[in-house]
Design a protein around this ligand. Sequence first.
Ligand code: NI
Length: 135
Amino acid sequence: MEITVSRKAHFNAAHRLHNKNWSDEKNQKIFGKCNYQNYHGHNYELIVSVTGKINPETGYVIDMGELKKIIKNEVEERLDHKNLNLDVPHFSNTIPSAENICIFIYDILRDNIDSQLKLSVRLYETPRNFVEYSV
Ligand code: NI
């Protein structure tokens, strides 16, 4: 029997959607306001879900204190109050769309969570727009 536990987190970050291989006109046409050259911010909401068997000795799937620390140290420290395009090397050549940010977060967390446990990351860019990634 498996069960899923989830932890919510939050960070603020700025970004700009811009494809360096396209003209300014094409970027403007495809990305609209999201291409604004001086960047814009979002209040990102993150839901990290971990699925696995309950450890009979603790009653836990994962220690939520540990999960909280991993998210804080590995994700929030990297992304909170950052300009994703300029401050996060990964996004110097990857467009920081919600899709790509979600996968970036997943990959970081995957390296830090027991491989026996399944992981799923949902990222809200706005209250109405969100993406979800798991493998
Ligand atoms: Ni945006």
